[in-house]
Write a protein that binds this ligand. Sequence first.
Ligand SMILES: [Zn+2]
Length: 284
Amino acid sequence: MRWIGGRQSSNVDDRRGVSAGGLAIGGGVIGAIVLILRLILGGGGGEEGSLPIQLPGQTQEMSPEDKAADDKRAEFVSVVLGYTEDVWHQLFSKYGDQYVEPKLVLFRGNVQSACGMASSASGPFYCPGDQQVFIDLSFYQELGQRFKAPGDFAMAYVIAHEVGHHIQKLSGTTDEVDRLRGQLSKEEFNKYSVMLELQADFLAGVWAHHAQRMMNILEEGDIEEALNAANAIGDDNLQKQAQGYIVPESFTHGTSQQRIYWFKKGFQSGDMRQGDTFKDPSLR
Ligand SMILES: [Zn+2]
């Protein structure tokens, strides 16, 4: 992906060096395990001293090389967010609407959001309550190593997917689906959750289509990187290798095949009106 030197968004809130308070624990799988241990043991209080085990790497400072790499990834995220702003401003104004830009919070380990306390184990997410995207940059590496979906455009797809959730919030779709939460059985509601997720994939594809047209960002193999990521983080594949790794709502994102289908549909058409996953009979 061509991004170096691109405009960085001014909507990035860099909280990588900030502790989220009582839950300053290691990220990733370890963080999740500790979180679970805490719930089981009912430690409460959240004092660091009450932990029964020593966390590997908990107090380790980043090496200068790691820090430089981390900063590079932060810059990348900021440029991609800027590209989403450019595209969505143009598409919204085409339909006579005004795009309201989301904020993007970079964090490390864990973070407080209007959706509650989250750790990096939950992966990148969008919180409709504060209209913010949350990303722990360690996911970038995880995408390449754990999910075998390396490449900058794989990460760009993930960011575009989260911004897709913001579009759904702006369009009222998120609230509509949310209203169904209490009215439907868990099983029925999961279907709507899948439709919401697949539409976010579609919107990521629409973004890629227009970002390419406007800014010529794509290099050879980029779309394959995105499709590979969509494939890797589909529910069926996640389930297969989930062992101990927690992804909230991991059973509500759609299969790998579905995710690829909707991203492609958005990328090929670039037409927002073709993304009504809620009317697709195969998803009902
Ligand atoms: Zn999502």
